[in-house]
Design a protein around this ligand. Structure first.
Ligand SMILES: [Zn+2]
Length: 443
């Protein structure tokens, strides 16, 4: 059997793994490379395998760095079956359509609308625990607790058991259960985005959000939150809803100024069975987990502009999460100048992004070619990460120590992947590698 690495190798993005087993070729994820200078070149480079020869694609979750090259695979002749959970399929449709319009805008066409449409025609859905039998191979999806519908993928073939982690959730997640435990795993492909970093305690995240809302209320300022459309926005809405409900914060208008985040929130509302147990119980009593009185989802540009006319205090949640584009920039241009306002960073900010520069203390930034003097307060909450941190990653792997024969550490920058690989070798005594792009292993 052969396992090869076509992305996610010593880098966070581009997840794409080829397992040749039981006389078939399976791809696990087929994601876009994102956030680097050479990423568009890497995305355009031909696959090292023949797309036509792939029998099936198993999708761990809907993030574009895990699904973004699927339409390209279809364009190059893939005609097998794509498998994922139902929420992954629905979320992927919104996220891929958004990615397509972005790439169209950048004149960087990897694939056409029709390839995207075809991908969804050959895309089947499976539930957690359901067995897929394919000519002697058996595949089972388990909950990964990272975003709605995210999965660990177990593949049994030729008497061997493989597990692909996709991205692993941060425990406790605001909305989702912890990753499932899978027994008997012999070959593990595991993520390492935070292979050498720890998150702050989860109670801290709620407290800091609460404090920021209280502060803008007393100063009559605006709380501006750049947020990723998937999971982060729903986490924030759920927590704000709870705080308003229990009167822990003053009521104020809250805007979600991102059409993508609105669509993603609708998908979250459709699948309560995928929430963690406590959230499911709550849902039965209060079905509007993400909606409350003063919340408004803004669709049109006019509605977005009209947010300016609403007098503070108010909260504006908008994309993009790293402030590299999107409606957040219009709000940043206005409110960064206001000393009563707070910009709250709740997610990872790549170096070079506007979010990172502000966190690093920039007092002057350029937005739409305009000089903006930064008077607003810049704050950061670390605990909203949807990824397991280094001790959580270790706790995921260590219960499998008795059966594991080999571990492949992926989806982390070199420093993170190598650190986690070494930890598995030293503390568990298991053969472990951090593959490079294109590496191939006989297993
Ligand atoms: Zn992810």
């Amino acid at each position: 059997m052969k396992l090869s690495f076509h992305g996610g190798a010593r880098e966070v993005t581009g997840a794409c793994y080829l397992l040749e087993a039981a006389e078939q070729k399976f791809l696990i994820d087929c994601g876009l490379f994102q956030g680097c200078d050479v990423c568009s070149d890497m995305n355009e480079r031909p696959f090292k395998f023949d797309s036509k020869s792939i029998n099936a694609v198993f999708v761990t979750h809907a993030h574009v760095d895990h699904v973004g090259r699927i339409p390209k695979l279809v364009k190059h002749g893939f005609s097998g079956v794509i498998y994922s959970t139902p929420p992954t399929k629905d979320l992927a449709r919104h996220l891929l359509e958004d990615a397509l319009s972005l790439s169209e805008r950048q004149n960087n066409r990897l694939y056409a609308e029709e390839d995207l449409e075809k991908a969804f025609r050959i895309w089947r859905t499976v539930s957690y625990g359901e067995k897929i039998a394919l000519n002697g191979a058996e595949i089972i999806f388990h909950d990964a607790g990272h975003i709605l519908g995210s999965s660990l993928i177990e593949i049994n073939a030729e008497g061997k058991k493989f597990l692909f982690s996709g991205d692993l959730g941060n425990v406790p997640s605001v909305l989702l259960p912890p990753p499932a435990k899978v027994g008997g795993v012999e070959y593990l492909v595991v993520e390492s985005a935070y292979g050498n970093r720890e998150h702050e305690a989860p109670a801290e995240r709620t407290l800091q959000l609460e404090r920021a809302m209280e502060d803008v209320a007393s100063r009559r300022g605006t709380l501006l939150i750049p947020a990723f459309a998937t999971e982060r926005t729903q986490d924030l809405l759920f927590l704000i809803n709870e705080m308003v409900n229990f009167k822990r914060v003053p009521e104020m208008p809250v805007f979600v100024d991102s059409p993508l985040a609105s669509r993603v929130t609708s998908v979250y509302e459709e699948y309560p069975a995928y929430y963690g147990q406590g959230i499911q119980d709550l849902y039965l009593k209060h079905p509007n987990l993400f909606k409350f009185k003063k919340l408004k989802f803004t669709e049109s540009v006019e509605e977005s502009k009209a947010i300016n006319d609403v007098s503070p205090p108010k909260v504006v949640i908008a994309g993009s999460g790293m402030m590299q584009g999107g409606r957040i920039l219009h709000h940043a241009r206005r409110y960064l100048r206001d000393k009563n306002s707070i910009l709250m960073v709740v997610g990872y900010q790549a170096s070079g992004s506007l979010g990172r520069r502000l966190l690093d203390g920039a007092r002057n930034v350029k937005i739409f070619k305009e000089d903006v003097a930064v008077s607003a307060e810049i704050r950061k909450i670390n605990g909203f990460s949807a990824h397991a941190d280094s001790s959580q990653l270790f706790s995921f792997v260590s219960p499998m120590r008795d059966t594991l024969k080999r571990v492949f550490v992926v989806q982390g920058e070199s420093s993170q992947a190598l650190h986690f690989m070494q930890e598995i070798r030293d503390r568990l005594g298991i053969q472990s590698d951090a593959p490079l792009l294109g590496d191939e292993f006989e297993v």
